[in-house]
Design a protein around this ligand. Structure first.
Ligand code: FE2
Length: 287
């Protein structure tokens, strides 16, 4: 194992690092181990100038776990090259929703472990991806708030989070999506313990609603307060994409969002999603 040849530069944030002098399509076993431990340490790894093919992207993602799905375009461009309607198209409604902070797949029985994301075509302006560090956010909470939320849980639903975009996620739509709501909606603690680092983090985001024992209004107010507090300052990083960039993030302790862009302009990204461990990422009612 060669521990010296990667060039790792920490972001000026509570998390994240840029890794250079590495070729993701040609990793040795030793390099994979090293990258895995770097990933657990920094939660977000950014790899400039990789230009992975779709097959190389899937192969890379598989080094980090079992796949929830191999590859999905996150794009406002149809396969014939035309741009989707910026308002009425179901796929674009899902893109608009993803501009709010969230963890992936929390409305599914098992939330995602992590994701690989690559940039292929990016707009002139905007369209960055942001991540927010929920471990640092939990740590920074007032002790009274920590006491208040310890033991609280919320339901997670994609129908709930997409309702404001007048989007009803359903299998018949052109938006085939990456999973739909399940019945019952998964129930997840607001404070999650990371299965590999043992560190506590907030598990919140746009899919969460309905904390039992609280009115709808109070539950939303508490979740909004936590989201607002969590996603600010040096706990947040927005990455400005260059085609060829690849990233991998830990979905167990980071939230993410897309920044807005002119939806008349093309943005083509590819997303590979790594499945969570059933013993640690299942909803409490799916264990
Ligand atoms: Fe997402």
């Amino acid at each position: 194992m060669n521990k010296e040849h990667f060039s790792v530069t920490k972001l000026d944030k509570t998390f994240g690092a840029t890794v250079r002098d590495v070729k993701l399509s040609k990793l040795t076993e030793g390099e994979v181990k090293e990258l895995y431990s770097l990933w657990l340490r920094h939660s977000l790894l950014i790899f400039p100038d990789q230009h992975l093919s779709t097959i190389e992207q899937i192969e890379f993602a598989k080094l980090f776990g079992v796949m929830e799905f191999d590859l999905a375009p996150i794009s406002n461009v149809r396969s014939d090259g035309s741009i989707r309607d910026p308002v009425d198209d179901d796929v674009v409604k899902s893109l608009r929703g993803n501009m709010e902070w969230h963890h992936d797949s929390t409305y599914m029985p098992i939330q995602a472990k992590g994701s690989v994301f690559t940039a292929h075509q990016v707009p002139e302006e905007g369209g960055e991806t942001g991540w927010a560090d929920m471990t640092a956010a939990y740590k920074a909470l007032d002790p009274k708030m920590k006491d208040k939320i310890e033991g609280l849980s919320a339901y997670h639903s994609y129908v709930y989070s997409q309702a404001k975009y007048k989007h009803k996620p359903q299998e018949e739509s052109e938006f085939s999506g990456y999973g739909f709501d399940v019945d019952p909606h998964p129930f997840r603690p607001l404070v999650k313990t990371h299965p590999e680092t043992g560190r506590k983090s907030l598990l919140i985001g746009r899919h969460a609603y309905g904390i039992p024992g609280m009115s709808k209004k109070d539950s939303k107010a508490l979740l909004d307060e936590l989201n607002d507090f969590a996603c600010q300052g040096d706990r947040v990083y927005h990455h400005s994409w260059t085609p060829g960039d690849a990233v991998i993030w830990d979905n167990r302790n980071l939230m993410h969002q897309a920044s807005p862009w002119d939806l008349n302009e093309a943005r083509v990204m590819y997303h590979s999603r790594i499945q969570g461990d059933a013993s640690s990422e299942s909803g409490l009612n799916y264990l």
